[in-house]
Design a protein around this ligand. Structure first.
Ligand SMILES: C=C(O[C@H]1C=CC=C(C(=O)O)[C@@H]1O)C(=O)O
Length: 452
């Protein structure tokens, strides 16, 4: 739903008046389809939902934080400090002002091609927002600027509530867009050759692991309806996050990633090492067999072990770190080794500092990181853009949660580009790795292909 003043306003904070205030007003509303709400807007759409049940959809920008280049984290923090400097919030805690968005994989990211609308980092304070949390559904209006005031926000909320009441409570599921054709940006032959060359490098050392990815370009029969697609992914991948970042009215980046990059709530930090994959079995016995081979494979244990060690080392300087027990994360079509990792912070560390320290983990980058990134830059012939990047939210207190933007796609203008990557180690087999990629594009691909 577009904001009540009819026009999404991106406030460039660098030009914002020092007297700017952030005014936020919320009210409880009857439950409504988040798809209806998202579909009624067309600018600065964001969606975020967690397996634990928080669900947020936003439209329009009361403020937008944009940053590029190697200093993007510092720049974001400085802008966020200004945005959250004076906050007048009236509503339940779940509706407190949060900015939603993400950060490109590479600091040298350039906003071109399908990523044209995506700068190095982009976060939106939604002008209008729906939140489902703690058993209730809430409508929120945010205003930011020197003229923002409580009366204006209250009027805008009343107006938004009237318009929300006109939307259908349930949105009938549309047809999947249909697939007219597909093409790997790097095909099987070329990709397996790239992987073989990376294996060589690893065997020579000191590179130990690098995550090699490719992308599948899909021509669609009809235009994709991303809110509808996210609604279906809720049913097919309930154990995953779901997100949408659509900074302009062009392409949207979305998906159901299974992996948490980090969550900070007060002094408590939660993250995880998710790596090493096997398919799901067709029968319980076959599924158990795959699970056993995940646990018993030296190669997969090594692939995931370096992720655990690196995350623990990276968090060590922020507080007391605890490694949980390794288990198996079963998703609808694939299973992974997973180790939960927690930390208790020593000081007041902003979640963006944690994101900066952790991204990219060796589950999407490699080890040692500088060599892995060099290898990825030299080998990959396409642009990762925001694939495998941090996507999520943060608030005035520096709390926040980020997923890793994998199992994702960027879509618009009759096309979608889906991404998949694998951790490559010394004893990886290029042909097996190619097969594994096919499972990783399935979550989004299954929502594009029409049922036979
Ligand atoms: C890089 C991806 O997955 C990572 C997360 C889990 C398992 C992975 C693996 O087994 O290679 C990858 O490290 C992706 O899905 O694009």
């Amino acid at each position: 739903m577009n904001p009540p003043d009819g026009d999404a306003r991106a406030v460039p904070l660098t030009e914002a008046d020092d007297d700017a205030v952030l005014v936020s007003r919320s009210c409880e509303v009857p439950d409504i389809s988040f798809g209806s709400f998202l579909a009624a807007g067309d600018r600065h759409r964001v969606h975020w939902s967690t397996p634990e049940g928080l669900e947020v959809a936003g439209g329009g920008a009361a403020a937008r934080l944009v940053a590029d280049g190697p200093d993007r984290f510092d720049s974001l923090r400085a802008d966020a400090d200004r945005l959250f400097d004076a906050v007048d919030h009236d509503g339940p805690p779940a509706t407190r002002p949060r900015v939603f968005g993400g950060i490109a994989f590479d600091p040298d990211h350039e906003a071109t091609g399908v990523w044209a609308g995506f700068p190095g980092a982009s976060f939106i304070l939604p002008a209008i927002q729906l939140t489902r949390a703690d058993g209730g559904t809430y409508l929120t209006v945010n205003r930011y600027g020197p003229d923002a005031d409580a009366g204006g926000a209250r009027d805008a909320l009343a107006d938004a509530r009237d318009r929300l009441a006109e939307l259908p409570m349930m949105r009938p599921r549309g047809e999947k867009p249909g697939v007219a054709g597909t093409e790997w940006l790097v095909d099987r032959e070329e990709w397996t050759a790239q992987v073989a060359s990376v294996i060589e490098r690893i065997r020579e050392g000191p590179l130990r692991k690098a995550v090699m990815a490719t992308a599948l370009r899909v021509d669609l029969v009809d235009e994709i309806d991303i809110p509808d697609t996210l609604g279906r992914l809720r049913r097919t991948y309930p154990e995953c996050y779901r997100f949408l970042v659509q900074p302009t009215d062009g392409e949207g980046f979305f998906g159901p990633p299974p992996e948490r990059l980090v969550r900070r709530e007060g002094e408590v930090v939660q993250t995880e090492a998710l790596a090493g994959s096997m398919p799901r079995g067709d029968t319980p016995e076959e599924d158990d067999e795959y699970a056993r081979s995940l646990l018993e494979s030296d190669k997969l244990q090594h692939e995931q072990g370096v992720v655990v060690d690196t995350i623990c080392e990276q968090l060590d300087s922020f507080g007391t770190v605890g490694e949980g027990e390794q288990g198996i994360r079963k998703l609808t079509n694939i299973q992974h080794l997973r180790t939960p990792i927690n930390a208790v912070l020593d000081g007041d560390t902003h979640v963006l500092e944690l994101v900066e320290a952790l991204h990219p983990t060796p589950a999407v980058g490699g080890l040692p990181l500088d060599l892995a990134l060099e290898t990825i830059r030299e080998t990959e012939t396409w642009d990762r853009g925001w694939y495998a990047s941090p996507v999520g939210w943060f608030d005035a207190a520096g709390d926040g949660e980020f997923a890793v933007g994998i199992r994702s796609g960027v879509a618009g203008d009759g096309q979608a580009t889906l991404f998949a990557g694998n951790g490559i180690v010394a004893d990886s087999d290029p042909a097996d790795e190619w097969d594994e990629l096919q499972h990783k594009v399935r979550p989004v691909m299954d929502e594009l292909e029409r049922d036979p």
